[in-house]
Design a protein. Structure first.
Length: 203
């Protein structure tokens, strides 16, 4: 149902595992009339390993914790300066499935970047958003009984060095980029506000 209520929450810098467990609890306890929620936040440095994740994609040890989790996909990195958007949606109520949700999330980021005069694109069979062959936004979702959680991560102004410890999203040699590198000087909080507005339209 287009225009279904969407409660937007800006949570700041929050622990990964605590937030993940909160998403699981919200999804498990929600009822047919529970409004959908969008959480905008940042995480302290952490690697997360999805359900299909292979340890061989972690190339070297570091002090950054590695947390196996229940989203799809391989390994990725979260850290301060990256905007994370978690989408807790009742997809049955909204009338579309996971494939369309992925497309809508990707299109949201593409449209957001177009507002900064940055041309971005998606790739077949490699979810996410790319600029000049470098990944700027990663996607990972979990669907339980038609309910989604997890979401997308957009690199804004962060330390990209930890990505060198992994094959991002399981792709050897994949390079990453961020808005700061592309000349955007807005901070993560400002970008999060714009992303929230764009998601409210797209979802």
């Amino acid at each position: 149902m287009r225009g279904a209520p969407l409660a937007v929450k800006h949570l700041g810098l929050v622990d990964y595992e605590t937030t993940w467990r909160a998403m699981q609890m919200f999804t498990a306890q929600r009822g047919p009339d529970t409004p959908d929620e969008l959480w905008l936040l940042q995480h302290p440095p952490v690697f997360t390993l999805g359900l299909a994740g292979k340890r061989e994609h972690i190339l070297r040890a570091s002090a950054i914790p590695i947390i196996p989790i229940d989203r799809g996909g391989q390994v990725t990195y979260h850290g301060p300066g990256q905007v994370v958007a978690y989408v807790m949606l009742d997809l049955k109520r909204r009338g579309y499935g996971v494939r369309e949700l992925v497309q809508r999330l990707e299109q949201t980021v593409i449209d957001l970047l177009a507002g900064y005069s940055i041309q971005a694109e998606r790739r077949a069979k490699a979810p996410g958003v790319y600029v000049h062959e470098r990944k700027i936004a990663a996607l990972g979702l979990r669907i339980k009984q038609g309910m989604s959680y997890h979401g997308l991560a957009l690199n804004v102004d962060m330390d990209l060095a930890p990505f060198q410890c992994i094959n991002p999203c399981g792709y050897e040699g994949l390079e990453v980029t961020q808005l700061r590198t592309l000349g955007v000087e807005e901070n993560a909080e400002t970008v999060a506000q714009k992303l929230a507005g764009q998601l409210a339209i797209t979802l």
